[in-house]
Design a protein around this ligand. Sequence first.
Ligand code: COA
Length: 449
Amino acid sequence: MKVSLKSHWVVKPAEPTWNGTVSLSEFDQTFAVTHVPTIYYYKFCQDFVTRDIIKTLKTSLSKALVHFYPLAGRLRWISGSRLELECDASGVVLTEAETAARLDDLSDFLLSPDHNGLFPRVDYTIPIDELPLLFVQLTKFQCGGIALSFAVSHAVVDGQSALYFFSEWARLSRGEPLMFAPCHDRKVLHAGEPATASPTFEHLQFNPPPLLIGKSNTENENKNETKGSMLKLTKIQVEMLREKVNQGRNLEDSKQRSYTRYEVVTAHIWRCTCKARGHKFEQPTNLCICVDIRKRMQPPLPKSYFGNAIVDVVATGLSGDIASSPLEYVARRVREAIQMVTSDYANSTINFMKKQEDLSKYQDIHAFKNKEGAFYGNPNLGVISWINLPLLGLDFGWGKEIHMNPGIHEFDGDCVILPANEGDGSLTVAIVLQDAHVDAFKQFFYEDI
Ligand code: COA
């Protein structure tokens, strides 16, 4: 799809904002320089022309940045491959674009590299201290529909915080007041403080994940072409999987609560991936899970905490076990990993990271390819839950979106589970796999329900 960029603006906070340097938390440091893409599609709205939309977006964005001023700042490298944030109101970038395509041409809004032009392009050759933390692109379709896409720095916010910002910005855009003022106090996660103790857990999430048996590096796997798929699971299919797993529960253990949708669907995905990749039985495989720690911390973080408050944890297994055992066994492994994430685990992670002289080898694991080549592709997998994030219903004043999608990811083993756009309890699994494994995965994914 050809998308032409028409104009762009640097949008700054509408009023003077706090100016100074902010120490980032260890959880911010993990994500270094990635920007997370999402896109919202809106149908033609008669009351608005593009000029009005751009004006509304610019004005409301600049008002929103008064409250969410860290997003208008810039990052800076400091010693030990760490980052700090300069809150200097440099601004964010809003781009206007157009395409001759129609929304109807998007064939069910499937993830496709052909849609890349609808997303803001982030140029990582720009020095980090000049690189904006938020890019927004408005693309007008020939039918009058629009796409609004975002790329937001993961070094500054996680998914929860990014969506909190979008929803507050949308409120201001609709002429409503801010709902909650953000909490910018990263000291609640000990940002800028020395380690308080030695780590008390083994932090597998920082070890290189297993390689394919017989391989000494990831070079070949890393080179293989990958493909993203969006696979729908209806509410009934999710319930069928859940029933299967819950039937296998140890009912004598009355404390064992029923499995959640995330645990069940993730177990199913892990299993289908192991099968589709055709591993040897004894092939070790890691599943990386991203856990929100806001409520798990003691004391819990403020609801409006604006930053990264997520930590990774790893479930391990042998591919043959994962593929051939009952689904309940796999779901239990997923649950056991998640249950490790307590306030103590999060504090131990903080201490682990604070004790590293150089963080470079731990950064960007969510891009599943870090500077030293850690690779969460074959035989491993990372499944991120967006199931309960407030993703849907983003109304800037011209109605709610007709569809939202995560951006295109290209790394093998990168998977996000999100609520389907129908909002009827069905789920969408967005997964990237090597081309050679995609067809088999899809077949197992539906046949094994
Ligand atoms: N609204 C409605 N229901 C909610 C909810 C919310 N805000 N939060 C949790 N629930 C529901 C869940 O849907 C689940 O019920 P279900 O089985 O019917 O789906 C139940 O409460 C338990 O949820 P939770 O404790 O979150 O467990 P989980 O197994 O669904 O998810 C994690 C486990 C680790 C994935 C999840 O706790 C988590 O941390 N998610 C956030 C991940 C994140 O931040 N992603 C973005 C990364 S940038």
